[in-house]
Write a protein that binds this ligand. Structure first.
Ligand code: FAD
Length: 624
């Protein structure tokens, strides 16, 4: 029951408003169109749609629904209705509003609007408030951040290792609440990193410390920049991260799109703005600097040992003392993982997934998904988004020919990190290994659609290859990556197989279809890459995907090997203080620590870690 006063002041969320492609005003229109007002009126059972004032409605979400179960592909809107605005413009709607009741699935009472601001304004407002307050009362906030006060005059020193999403957000929170932050990044700033990636793609020169995995912005900079996350779009932490991206230059549409994405061209200026803001706050950023070791005293981290990773100077290792280390190193910092073991830091193997990257002509995927509407895509310039897909199957143990030394297991096989209108890229961090991923630009206008097709693997798979210890998963990845490099014949050439040939277990002898991968492909039998049970799981799943997406198995679909770095193969366990379970003062965060997967979830984890460190160091909050 909602009391009538609240009803007259609150916000209602109206969902499942469907608008046909032809009637939709298109992606550049930010308001509430006439046709949308008609749909709103239907759900509200309001008799005259034209009497509803558009100013009272805000589009909260817009998605494109092209599911085959629907009669016709349509845009699906979620809209928030501010009752006060409705009443001030149309006073005679009073009676109608007072009779409004929630309806499951399409009408929900949100209460008072509580749209949170971006992370900086929330923290700095509360922080400024606190700094000027005569009493030590801390201003409270309904938001997740709460407010902070320094418990001593000395600024606590924090070293953040890694400038991926998790490291950036941890640094931002800590700098805003008054810590003395040094952000150490083994790779280069985006300007130099762009040149290094250019040299890789054009001249096959892999910089070991500045590449698709290492450098400013982390692994997600030269990426598709998908901002979807399993944490959920309505989660306040996710909203805060997205709003922070908007603050640094991302388009407002990421707050509304059902499947928001940025693309590499938008990520780069965003990161530059992020960097400038951190520097204005006093964060010391050291690019081309690698953390090689931890300094531990009395079972507590008291600093890090760093060295120049750019090769531009011969300086030997230096020590940087600090009160806490936020370890945000991503899933490719294999040397750092090894270093943690030398300090007996708790590290446990974690399930992850390996497989192949499939690439189709984008036009084929548009046709599969949209049928006759495919012509509306217009290389990302049309109303209809460039088509993507997401497939998943469970391959049961009876279906898999399991080797005798391995207990039968069931596996999930699924598409991962799908890049519509994108390209396949090299994510190796070592010249003797080949592993790949996908990226795109904001318009997603390339001729190709690629996605990883992966199968879950766990300790049982590593045991079967006699790989032991907490880093067995990394050895498993490395074995596959070395095999892929050999099968490609060197020089970062990637082994490929037409999907029909992979299903029939035969080498693609006729010429293979073109690939977006810039460093060359070579026909190979990708069955030689994996243990047989993984190959069979992939074969079965691909055949099942073709039932859902008819035409997915096609002579023009090319499988590329190998996709290994889907998520971290380990977890650096942490306690409820967010510290390592074995080493005080060490805060493992983000994807590399096994607590996130993807740009947004890594950013959220980094943000929460920032608050945890602040709290533990006495930059305290009463409200988190
Ligand atoms: P990372 O982003 O990996 O950052 C770790 C940073 O730490 C790196 O910059 C590294 O150089 C640095 N570092 C490591 N060791 C040290 C050390 N010892 N000293 C100093 N610095 C160190 N996710 C999505 O959500 N959407 C996508 O579209 C998407 N596309 C992707 C495309 C590609 C090509 C790749 C590689 C990944 C993609 N991802 C995507 C995954 C996403 O990038 C990661 O989930 C995310 O970046 C993880 O963030 P993180 O901060 O935990 O780690």
């Amino acid at each position: 029951q909602i009391d009538s006063t609240s009803k007259l002041e609150g916000v209602w969320r109206i969902s499942k408003l469907r608008v046909s492609v032809h009637e939709d005003p298109g992606k550049d229109f930010r308001g509430v169109s006439e046709v949308l007002l008609k749909e709103i009126a239907k759900i509200l059972k309001f008799p005259v749609a034209s009497m509803l004032p558009p100013e009272a409605f805000t589009v909260a979400r817009k998605s494109f629904d092209a599911r085959k179960s629907q009669k016709e592909p349509k845009f699906v809107y979620t809209v928030d209705m501010d009752v006060q605005k409705l009443l001030s413009l149309e006073p005679h709607t009073l009676e109608f509003i007072s009779e409004l009741e929630p309806k499951v699935g399409c009408l929900e009472f949100l209460g008072h609007s509580s749209v949170s601001g971006d992370l900086m304004s929330i923290i700095s407002n509360t922080w400024k408030l606190d700094k000027t307050a005569s009493s030590r009362e801390v201003a409270s906030s309904n938001d997740i951040m709460g407010a902070y006060k320094l418990s001593s005059n000395r600024k606590p020193k924090v070293v953040v290792v890694g400038s991926g999403p998790s490291g950036l957000f941890a640094s931002l929170v800590l700098a805003e609440v008054g810590a003395d932050v040094t952000l150490v990044e083994r790779g280069q700033a985006v300007e130099q990193r762009g040149r290094d990636i250019g040299a890789l793609v054009v001249r096959r020169m892999l910089q070991l410390e500045s590449n698709f995995c290492f450098g400013e912005g982390g692994a997600g900079t030269w990426s598709d920049g998908k901002l979807v996350t399993r944490i959920g779009r309505n989660n306040s932490s996710v909203l805060t991260v997205l709003k922070t991206f908007v603050h640094f230059g991302a388009p407002h549409s990421i707050l509304v799109d059902g499947k928001p994405h940025l693309g590499t061209d938008r990520l780069i200026p965003l990161l530059r703005n992020f960097r400038r803001y951190l520097q204005e706050l006093g964060v010391t950023i050291r690019f081309g600097t690698r953390v090689d070791d931890l300094v531990v005293k009395d079972e507590q981290v008291v600093g890090v040992k760093i060295s120049d990773s750019s090769g531009s100077s011969e300086t030997s290792s230096q020590k940087v003392g600090c009160d806490a280390v936020v370890l945000a190193v991503g899933h490719s910092a294999r040397d750092t993982y090894q270093m943690l073991l030398s300090h007996n830091v708790d590290v446990v193997p974690k399930e992850f997934a390996v497989g192949l990257r499939i690439e189709h002509p984008q036009e084929l995927i548009n046709n599969i998904q949209y049928s006759e509407l495919a012509s509306e895509v217009k290389s990302g310039r049309g109303k209809v988004p460039v088509a993507d897909y997401q497939v998943a199957e469970y391959v049961s143990e009876q279906n898999v020919n399991t080797p005798s030394n391995l207990e039968p297991i069931s596996r999930s096989c699924y598409s991962f990190c799908m890049c519509p209108g994108g390209q396949v890229v090299l994510t190796s961090t070592n010249p003797s290994e080949v592993c790949i991923n996908g990226m795109s630009f904001s318009r997603r206008s390339s001729r190709w659609a690629n996605a990883a097709l992966v199968v879950t693997v766990s300790s049982k798979d590593f045991d079967a290859l006699n790989l032991e210890g907490p880093l067995a998963g990394i050895e498993f990845q490395r074995t596959l990556e070395r095999k892929a490099a050999i099968m490609g014949g060197g020089n970062f050439v990637v082994p490929v197989q037409i999907v029909t040939d992979f299903l029939d277990n035969r080498l693609s002898v006729t010429s293979v279809p073109p690939s977006s991968y810039r460093l060359g492909v070579k026909a190979a039998n990708l069955h030689e890459l994996f243990p047989v049970h993984i190959t069979e799981a992939l074969q079965r799943a691909i055949s099942m995907f073709d039932r859902e997406l008819q035409g997915f198995v096609s002579e023009s679909a090319l499988l590329h090997g190998v996709e290994t770095r889907t998520s971290s193969p380990i977890q650096i366990t942490r306690s409820d203080t967010w510290e390592s379970t074995s080493l005080k003062g060490l805060y493992p965060v983000g994807e590399g620590a096994g607590y996130a997967g993807g740009i947004v979830s890594a950013a959220v984890d980094g943000m929460h870690a920032g608050f945890a460190v602040a709290r533990n160091l006495g930059l305290n909050s009463d409200t988190i």
